[in-house]
Design a protein around this ligand. Sequence first.
Ligand code: ARG
Length: 588
Amino acid sequence: MKKILDMLTEEMQKAFEAAGYDKALGKVTLSNRPDLCEYQCNGAMAGAKQYKKAPLLIAQEVAEQLGDSHVFQEAEAVAPGFLNLKISGGFLRKYLEDMKEDSKFGLTMPEKPKKIIIDYGGANVAKPLHVGHIRSAVIGESIKRICRYAGHRVIGDVHLGDWGLQMGLVITWLQDEKPDLAYFDEEFEGEYPKEAPFTISELAEIYPAASAKSKEDPAYKARAMEATYKLQKGVRGYRALWKHIMNVSIADLKKNYSSLNVEFDLWKGESDVQDLIPDMVNYMKEKGYAHESEGALVVDVREDTDTREIPPCMILKSDGASLYNTTDLATIMERMRLYDPDEIIYVVDKRQDLYFEQVFRCARKTGLVKPDTELKFLGFGTMNGKDGKPFKTREGGVMRLEELVRDTRDEMYKKIREGRDMPEEEAGQVAEMVAVSALKYGDLSNQASKDYVFDIDRFTSFEGDTGPYILYTIVRIKSILNKYKEQGGDPARTSLRAAENEAEKALMMQLTQFSAMMQNACEETAPHKVCAYIYDLANAFNHFYHETRILGEENEEKKSGLIALLALSRDILETCIDVLGFSAPERM
Ligand code: ARG
């Protein structure tokens, strides 16, 4: 379906042409003076020079051509030469009717869908998820859903950190605590136990303790590094322990992510590409891309046009060990081989910006990707506390994601119990849904690259630019629709009518923006645009709601039109919150 502004523009172009002017002048935009008009066209101003004519005259001639337009109800030429426009109620109604019939509410699917891999989440196995991971999960999930909705083929990969020192730390800790385990017996040739020698809550304690110890005790750290090395070299018992750590930790990660409605298609990680590294390194050496520098193996990625210093991309350390870079490059290679994507998007802390610049350049220079494969870094800012510093627990420690979700849920539960008479169990479920909306909307409504302040009071408020406000609006609509059903009506069998007042028309106009907004949010990988849209939409709805008698309306035809408008508003709002990654309860 065509976008509404394109249709209005076409109509305007015809008028310019009919009046003898270049049709390119007929671009219609939303009005920046909503008090005066709904849409506007500034083409006559631009045409004045070209035609050496007063812009107001041109505008008047064009306006005359629109006298019997079925698209514009009003086209007025005003000084110094603007065209102030009002859309025809019938045309607007018809547009919404078509939207309603379309499975994507008018959003046109791409001719050539792209295959996109989104690298997000980035959890580290054996380490608890902390607030730093929430943004990647929340933003990445939303971008995945937006692009999918817009018709692309999207694969989400959590890209676990599962091959680093944390594994050696856990293994070393276990060795000290349970030295008799078969995993540490080098002579042992039998089968290792199926059960892990630790539970998730033990594992959650082990990593922080071992990590703290290694910071104070260099000998301990050296042992952990040695254990990491042995694991990576393939020592049998260590590999078996690693498998246990993976299983226990991943089950827990899945639980945590799912509490935020975050799901990955792939649970791959750094460990999956280790076997590809030797060949990749040889290839880079043989082709002359990589050279030695102070013992290390590097690829130069500097470019003449650089305005900042871009150091070489290090492929191997001087001791021959691979690095974070090496693994990311090997992962790109594997993704190209297995999926051949058109685009890979990385949703990672913006402080890794330079790092990814190096990796991308290296991948391009060495031909790991095709020239037209897009590599995109979507760096996000920090979630801060009210003091403007990175968010911490009350005690000043690192806030675990689990705690953050729980605190928000508790706060929401309190509010829901206070304000309403709702059974305990339902209140618990509703609190959970609303809390997810509060957290996610609070994050997503900011442009991703910016830092933001996590303010639990504001985020959980039912008023203002918040998730709960959006849900509240949806629930309000659902409740009216339910009452309509109780009265014997069927919302599915209603049809829209032309708006009868300003508030109704404003709501209808806001609905027509959906497809343009969604396409733009996808192209710019910008969930905050969806948030801004639904905030405006919810406001437009609530304004309309306060001005309009709906269920009490006596004229059945009129009532049916209002109900149809409500149903469409609900559908659009629910589609939008679904791509943001949360959903609305039936009541709250
Ligand atoms: N595990 C990393 C971290 O916690 C994030 C991984 C980001 N993705 C990537 N392909 N490097 O910082």
